[in-house]
Design a protein around this ligand. Structure first.
Ligand code: BGC
Length: 607
């Protein structure tokens, strides 16, 4: 290279760096200006507010049961939550109109402060029948693909917005150490590093540039220690040291805050005996003071009555899910506590300031209503294409003997076995349409069996319960797995001795029945966590961990038939035996003497 060329190259490089730096500093300056403007708006608004109005802003309730519509005004409600239970209607327009009406009531109050509408959209807008449903986070963890996670989050945000929301309670950034926990699938991985990488992507996808034109506000949850309780008990005791919490559990929160996450939800568990809802050292100390989190700390369900009433506000919680009968006691109780000095006015002002800040950042004062033009986005083909890609990339191939996979499309006869093969509900897990999920189909979803039928050119027979054995089939695709569950319903016992993370007898029977007849078997496990399946893996010719893929079941068929290769890698190490759980889990994590059946990161591919 001549000297001239070298100088030219260096000059171009310097110009690009200068350009990128100026874009970056312009953006920073813009964000700073926006925040300064917001701060002065809050400075003007806050002194006008009465104590009742401030406590009202700190209140979150459901749109049914907890209030009648008019109470949005009389109780100065700050936020509405939609989760399980009655829906605002069947069509997206009905949902939008319901939330528009509530927003109008809020805007008609003296100070006209708009409402935040929050939803548990944890794998797509999963509360709306007809939305695109993505693999649960454990599957996205298996994909390890940050770009994909960003797209998934952006679509979830858009479909949530299209149904009237400006806030989602996602992502769950737990680090589950114990597969007995019923919420393992809500988290990306047992690896801090992988979780941190995907958390960043998820926040960016959900929120876009939050200070510019946010899609919705995201929530990093549940702060902190939710996935590492002793014996995996939901809401149990996390007995990790402060150093361990900092080293293993805090990095995703740090990353989320760096990405500008709008809210953080506190957790049901205790940490070294202290309820996380009342853990002032962590909420105010770590989160707000050390990590400089300037968004909203929101309690979890009925946090006020369950975890120490005014203590939780004093500890740093800004907004309270005052649901299921808590509304009156929260508003009255907090008012009394402020009057008596138990909770300081500064603490109340800090909470309200944070809530107003996010409402301004979200642009709700200028643009408070849902946009009917977004409705066509819900469950659109282009969103389903991304969901299908996520399904494909989440699949982990654990065994492939005799290169039985990929399947030839022109096999004369394929038998598909197992009720999980033909149920959108079973393939999607908890938090799908209903809180606990369901075994029924829902709108717009494609089952795995439908996917197989689309691609196979020969005969496809469905034998859901292995009662109509097809001993002349070229291959049996056997689908086994867990039934849907959510939260503590998914816990499998809180004592070392008292759990079973194994397959059901009937599912074992499906494999035995086809193995006995000498039919080649491909076993596909649909589950929210690794299950002890050593025997079944030995028995089968090929074994796939498919997690909980969501609405696009045909993504599985596309990989089984070799249109795409396997890409997924285990986001958790895979236990060999129940004995491993005894050693690995319980209060002593990280027992290095245990060898898993497959290590974290394992996953085969087609040659
Ligand atoms: C769960 C949260 C959820 C909240 C609101 C709680 O029971 O722990 O993850 O966001 O309910 O539905």
């Amino acid at each position: 290279m001549t000297l001239n060329i070298l100088i030219h190259v260096l000059r171009c490089f310097a110009i690009s760096i200068a350009f990128l730096y100026s874009c970056y500093s312009n953006q920073m300056a813009k964000e700073k200006n926006a925040d300064t403007t917001i701060a002065s708006k809050i400075d003007a608004l806050l002194p006008l507010m009465t104590l009742e109005e401030k406590i009202g802003q700190m209140t979150q309730v459901r749109h049914f049961n907890d209030i009648i519509e008019e109470e949005v005004a009389t109780r100065y409600v700050g936020s509405i939550i939609h989760t399980e239970g009655s829906t605002p209607g069947t069509t997206a327009l009905e949902w939008q109109l319901k939330f528009k009406r509530l927003q109008e009531i809020a805007l008609s109050t003296r100070l006209g402060i708009p409402l935040l509408f929050g939803v548990d959209a944890v794998h797509g807008q999963n509360t709306f029948d007809g939305a695109t449903i993505f693999p649960h986070n454990i599957g996205l963890g298996a994909s390890g693909n940050a770009e994909l996670v960003k797209k998934v989050a952006a679509i979830t945000a858009l479909e949530s917005k299209a149904t009237g929301f400006n806030w989602v309670f996602s992502p769950c950034v737990a680090i589950p150490y114990n597969e007995k926990w019923g919420r393992v699938y809500e988290a990306f991985s047992e690896s801090t590093e992988l979780t941190t990488k995907l958390t960043k992507a998820s926040i960016e996808g959900h929120q876009g540039k939050f200070s510019d034109s946010p899609i919705v506000m995201a929530t990093a949850k549940h702060f902190i220690g939710d996935g590492s309780t002793d014996y995996g008990q939901e809401g149990g005791e996390t007995s990790l040291s402060l150093e361990e919490v900092k080293e293993y559990l805090l990095p995703p929160y740090k990353a989320a805050i760096e990405m500008g996450v709008g809210s953080v939800m506190t957790s049901f568990n205790t940490l070294n005996g202290i309820s996380m809802h009342a853990h002032k050292d962590h909420i105010t100390g770590t989160l707000k003071n050390s990590l400089k989190f300037d968004g909203i700390v929101v309690s979890d369900w009925k946090g006020y009555s369950k975890y120490g009433e005014n203590n939780i506000v004093d500890a740093g919680i800004d907004m309270v899910m005052a649901v299921d009968g808590d509304l009156e006691m929260f508003q009255k109780g907090l008012k009394k506590a402020v009057k008596s000095g138990e909770v300081s006015m500064d603490r109340i002002d800090d909470a309200v300031r944070r809530i107003l800040r996010q409402k301004y950042r979200l642009g709700l004062f200028e643009s408070p209503f849902p946009d009917p033009e977004l409705i066509d986005e819900i469950g659109s083909d282009k969103h389903r294409v991304v969901a299908r890609q996520a399904v494909r990339e989440s699949l982990v191939l654990l065994k492939n003997e005799k290169n039985i996979l990929p399947l030839e499309k022109n096999l004369a006869k394929i038998v598909v076995v197992g009720e999980h093969a033909d149920s959108a509900g079973l393939q999607s897990g908890g938090w799908t349409i209903d809180w606990q999920g369901a075994d029924r189909d829902y709108k717009g979803a494609t089952t795995i069996l439908e996917g197989v039928k689309k691609l196979a050119r020969g005969e496809v027979i469905y034998d859901p319960h292995a009662t109509n054995i097809q001993d002349d089939a070229d291959v049996a695709l056997i689908f086994i797995g867990e039934k849907p569950y959510a939260e503590f319903f998914g816990d499998v016992g809180h004592e070392v001795s008292d759990f079973e993370l194994t397959l059901t007898e009937s599912h074992q029977g499906y494999i035995d029945a086809y193995e006995k007849k000498g039919v080649n078997t491909v076993v596909i496990l649909l589950s929210g966590r690794p299950l002890v399946s050593t025997k079944q893996i030995e028995q089968s010719d090929a074994f796939v961990a498919a997690w909980l893929p969501g609405s696009e079941g045909d993504g599985i068929a596309e990989v089984l038939f070799g249109d795409y290769n396997f890409k997924g890698k285990l986001p958790h190490s895979w236990p060999k035996s129940i004995g491993d759980y005894k050693g690995k889990y319980g209060p002593n994590f990280w027992d290095d003497s245990i060898e898993p059946l497959f290590p974290f990161g394992f996953g085969l591919q087609y040659n």
